[in-house]
Ligand binder design. Structure first.
Ligand SMILES: Cc1cc2nc3c(=O)[nH]c(=O)nc-3n(C[C@H](O)[C@H](O)[C@H](O)COP(=O)(O)OP(=O)(O)OC[C@H]3O[C@@H](n4cnc5c(N)ncnc54)[C@H](O)[C@@H]3O)c2cc1C
Length: 403
């Protein structure tokens, strides 16, 4: 079906939608309030993470998304940074190790290519890590992207297929004809369409509210510190033990004990750490990520976040202690309380593609799925779990989002 499509938002989901829809022959206009990759997609450290993805839909869409990258590398103009060198979560003591043994056994039963590796192997893969690191879970299916390079390549691909990509245009509301959505109002005037795709990440809910549509997608702030380029050493993407509490698959293990995965400075700074390290091809090392939940979208890093990051990384990566800091930033990760995005036609002509916790894995393939929905085709993945209007909790409660 040929359609006249407006995509709202120039992140990984919106740009992938523009690319796949234009390739399908649809007339596409993408409207981005700021610049392409201004939002979460321009601010994340690039984990394409299957390691802790819940079995079922989350793992299925992540695998499909991970498999799409080599194909996109061939197709998109200008290319992008993609590294398929796996991912690991290290641990520092025997008690933590017992939890990891159970975790790896459970994940192998889910069919993941994952194993326990010893401290010597962790040090080989991640040279700046503490010398007494004891081991890690290592998953060869994880990968890394330089996310803004992917988003810009998708936008370039969409343009090549005829899409009109407009930056600096803010969508202010939806235009209806009866029940049907027939366009958007922007700060540059009305744009008509017979399909509107809401792909504005954490901004989607405030935008839809003006049309009386409640989309329970919240925003979690995460902060990142980037060093200046260092000699390239770190191949996989790396999580520390403090990151495990974020994942249901760890928290539900019989051996799980939250005390083993909590650091004193988290309570002192009032902020939990998604402890991580990743190195880009340029050599810059990204470290983070303190997590909190400001009432309004707030893209500013905080001193308490920076202090917690310095403690978490300083303790486990002594070799990075004197690394010169180039930049710090914060981003807002969109989420739903069941951690599955909304990918659905919510009203006639209104398609929602928002609430992605793990957009690096699921973002590009979401663009293809939404295009299939707009074309009236059966989506390649069963989207029952992503439907709009399923029971979801509120996200403005201050309760940490757990994945
Ligand atoms: C610090 C951080 C670390 C993360 N780490 C990872 C990770 O390692 N792996 C992973 O898979 N995921 C990670 N995530 C989550 C990931 O970034 C998101 O899942 C993904 O980027 C969401 O993409 P999106 O396109 O839905 O939203 P966004 O990238 O946020 O794009 C939404 C766009 O909509 C635009 N917009 C807003 N309002 C309007 C308007 N009124 N009109 C027009 N445009 C508008 C915004 O400017 C923005 O560019 C992380 C997120 C953060 C913040």
């Amino acid at each position: 079906m040929s359609r006249n499509v407006v995509v709202v938002g120039g992140g990984i989901v919106g740009c992938a939608t523009a690319y796949f829809a234009a390739r399908e022959g649809m007339k596409v206009t993408l409207l981005e309030k700021q610049t392409i990759a201004f939002g979460a997609s321009g601010r994340n450290p690039g984990f394409v993470w299957l390691h802790c993805r819940n079995p079922g839909f989350a793992l299925e869409i992540s695998r499909a998304g991970r498999a799409l990258y080599p194909q996109l590398l061939e197709e998109l103009p200008g290319g992008f940074e993609f590294r398929a060198r796996g991912g690991l979560i290290y641990f520092n003591n025997e008690q933590q190790g017992a939890v990891f043994e159970e975790f790896v056994a459970a994940r192998r039963a889910d069919g993941l290519d994952i194993e326990l590796i010893d401290g010597a192997e962790v040090r080989r893969l991640v040279p700046p890590i503490r010398p007494d690191v004891l081991g890690a879970s290592f998953c060869s299916e994880d990968a890394q992207i330089n996310t803004p390079t992917v988003v810009r390549a998708l936008a370039a691909g969409a343009r090549r297929e005829g899409a009109d990509i407009r930056e600096g245009v803010s969508v202010e509301g939806l235009v209806f004809s009866g029940e049907e959505v027939v366009g958007v109002e922007t700060d540059h005037g009305r744009v008509e369409a017979d399909a509107v795709v809401m792909a504005a990440g954490a901004w989607s809910n405030p935008l839809l509210k003006s049309a009386g549509i409640d989309l329970p997608v919240g925003g979690e702030r995460l902060q990142v510190v980037a060093t200046e380029p260092l000699p390239f050493q770190i191949q996989p993407v790396v999580y520390g033990p403090l990151a495990t509490k974020q994942y249901t698959l760890f928290r539900e293990l019989p051996s799980w004990d939250p005390e083993l995965f909590r650091a004193p400075y988290e309570s002192e700074q009032g902020i939990e750490m998604l402890q991580l390290v990743a190195q880009r091809a340029s050599g810059e090392v990204l470290v983070g990520c303190p997590m909190d939940y400001p009432a309004e979208i707030d893209l500013r890093p905080t001193l308490s976040g920076l202090r917690a990051t310095a403690e978490a990384i300083g303790e486990d990566f002594p070799a990075l202690a004197d690394a010169p800091v180039a930049r710090t930033w914060a981003g807002v990760l969109p989420y739903t309380t069941d951690m599955v995005p909304v990918i659905d036609e919510a009203r006639p002509g209104l398609f929602i593609a928002a609430g992605h916790v793990f957009g690096n894995a699921a973002g590009p393939v979401t663009g293809r799925l939404i295009t299939q929905l707009m074309a009236g085709q059966e989506p390649e993945i069963d989207l029952t779990e992503c439907r709009f209007g399923r029971p979801l909790g509120p996200t403005d409660t201050g309760v940490p989002a757990r994945w």
